[in-house]
Design a protein around this ligand. Structure first.
Ligand SMILES: *Cc1c(COP(=O)(O)O)cnc(C)c1O
Length: 414
């Protein structure tokens, strides 16, 4: 499932010892496995080979150019949510015809650039946005394609911050409104409505919510067909859950077995937008123990990586396994693993049984490849960490550690 394994009691990323990488590149350090990354993509493509979908990797999960390039080289398209991600996608060599663009708040400038580049389509999230795209396309003398993002009102059974397909969420358009928009489609002279899109949330560990959502849109597609409205694409979004700890998410194969018949039945070309599934377990964050602090109530392991490097525990109460780089036979103790940032929310683990480490030891925060670096910040004027990519016995820096000069690059001193 991933290539971070102990060999002779030392943690390795593929053929390289993580300890050596930490010493060589410093910490905090994001380490990715090329093999894990690309294998996840290939595994998904294989599971769905019967319908040959366009798999658009969701850039926001991890937007490093080298990660994008590795996937684009394997045939992936990209799912973007901003002009910045469009810029990255083009830089990484993704053909525009393999780019789909979702977001409830696309600006005029972002829409104009995406039309000019000739992306496959926009996932439209409201009627005013559709009007805006139509107007901008007219100004540019183009006809552009859109899919309507449906809010299917299903419960994704995941953390409330990462559920997106309930009718109270800001995403997508309810079925009734979508139907009305489709009846008006001839009014939008510079837009061709070519498909439907759903994305119901993230870290979804069972197939049932996906099945429920796909059934709802399938019925809708049938209704549209009966009214003479023909579509070309169904974009089923991302959201596949991964193992962080003791979850037992559906495998790609089980997911495929459950939904392939439903998808085939639509007769449409299928697009999917996995992010976390592809990159989540392909990355770890290595951090160094600075101090061990005992208070009357607690033991704190204070490390040099913080919520600015990995915000998921603070933001979602997310669980990441934490391993020592040398498989430890010493006893373990309950401790909070915390960063140096001036916030009580700055923790990587709470009340966690963890091997008795000492100052200068390293810890590996597992499964941090998705929504790790891409959500990182400079809070507390901390430098964003370096990222390296390992492939077999080779390692490459794919993002240099920031410097203090980077920190103030765009500021004035007056
Ligand atoms: C975030 C997002 C995804 C990817 O979600 P994962 O849970 O990482 O697979 C896909 N599509 C859209 C529209 C998104 O916003």
């Amino acid at each position: 499932m991933h290539d971070f394994l102990y060999k002779n009691n030392n943690l390795y990323c593929e053929n390289l010892k993580v300890q050596d990488l930490a010493v060589r590149f410093g910490t905090p350090l994001h380490i990715y496995s090329y093999n894990t990354l690309t294998n996840h993509f290939i595994k998904l493509r294989k599971a769905f080979s019967a319908i040959d979908p366009l798999i658009c990797y969701s850039v926001k999960a991890n937007s490093n150019l080298s990660i994008l390039k590795a996937l684009v080289e394997k045939g992936a398209g990209l799912d973007i949510v901003s002009g910045g991600e469009l810029f990255r996608a083009i830089k990484a060599g993704c053909p525009a015809k393999k780019i789909v663009y979702a977001s409830v708040g696309k600006t005029e400038a972002e829409i104009a650039t995406a039309i000019s580049k000739g992306i496959l389509f926009f996932n439209v999230e409201s009627l005013p946005e559709l009007r805006s795209i139509d107007r901008i396309a007219r100004r540019l003398g183009k006809i552009t394609r859109v899919a309507i993002r449906i809010n299917p009102d299903v419960e994704a059974k995941t953390h409330k911050f990462i559920t997106t397909g309930k009718i109270t969420n800001k995403f997508g358009i309810d079925l009734n409104s979508a139907y009305k928009i489709l009846l008006l489609r001839d009014e939008f002279k510079n837009v061709s409505i070519c498909g439907l899109h759903i994305h119901i949330g993230s870290q979804i560990t069972e197939s049932a919510p996906f099945v429920a959502a796909i059934k709802k849109v399938s019925a809708f597609i049938k209704k549209l067909e009966s009214k003479g409205i023909k579509l070309e694409y169904l974009n089923i979004g991302g959201g596949l859950g991964i193992v962080y700890d003791s979850e037992t998410p559906q495998t790609a194969q089980v997911y495929a077995d459950e939904i392939t018949p439903l998808l085939k039945d639509t007769g449409l070309k299928i697009i999917m937008e996995p992010g976390r599934f592809i990159v989540g377990n392909a990355g770890i964050l290595v951090t160094k123990v600075l101090y061990i602090k005992h208070t009357p109530k607690k033991k704190f392991i204070i490390v040099d990586g913080g919520m600015n490097d990995l915000i998921r525990p603070a933001l979602y109460g997310a669980h990441h396994n934490i391993l020592t780089l040398r498989k430890s036979s010493t006893k373990s103790e309950k401790a909070d693993v915390v960063g140096p940032i001036c916030e009580s929310g700055d923790f990587l683990a709470k009340e966690r049984k963890i091997a008795c480490v000492k100052e200068g030891d390293y810890l590996a925060v597992m499964s941090s490849g998705a929504y790790g670096f891409s959500m990182s910040s400079n809070y507390n004027s901390r430098l964003r960490a370096a990222e390296v990519m390992v492939s077999k016995n080779k390692v490459r820096v794919i993002r240099k550690r920031e410097t203090y000069a980077d920190l103030i690059r765009n500021e004035s001193n007056g």
